[in-house]
Design a protein around this ligand. Structure first.
Ligand code: FES
Length: 95
């Protein structure tokens, strides 16, 4: 049976980013979640970081010994899911 280590943990399931990649980036000098996002694509997947953002913030906090920020420095892109323009055009009329 193959041994699974902590570094085999998936941090971002949308972009398939492992904890080992996050640790490598932190050890290479990255100090913010934004840097990790840009270098690994963690947080750029379909869920836009809903799942992995807290994990990235915890990893940065642990590595830098800084408190987890109350307001994340990661941005979201909307709409999160594909939306037909027709649906968007009807949205205001139904209100
Ligand atoms: S889990 Fe990271 S973007 Fe979805």
């Amino acid at each position: 049976m193959e041994e699974i280590t902590v570094q085999d943990t998936i941090i971002c399931r949308c972009e398939e980013v492992m904890l080992s990649e996050i640790i490598n980036q932190l050890e290479s000098g990255s100090e913010t979640t934004k840097e990790l996002k840009l270098k690994t694509r963690a947080g750029m997947g379909m869920c836009q970081g809903r799942t992995c953002r807290p994990l990235l913030e915890q990893a940065v906090s642990f590595h830098t010994s800084n408190a987890i920020p109350c307001v994340s420095d990661l941005t979201y892109n909307t709409p999160i899911r594909p939306l037909a323009l027709g649906e968007l055009a009807r949205y205001g009329k139904d209100l």
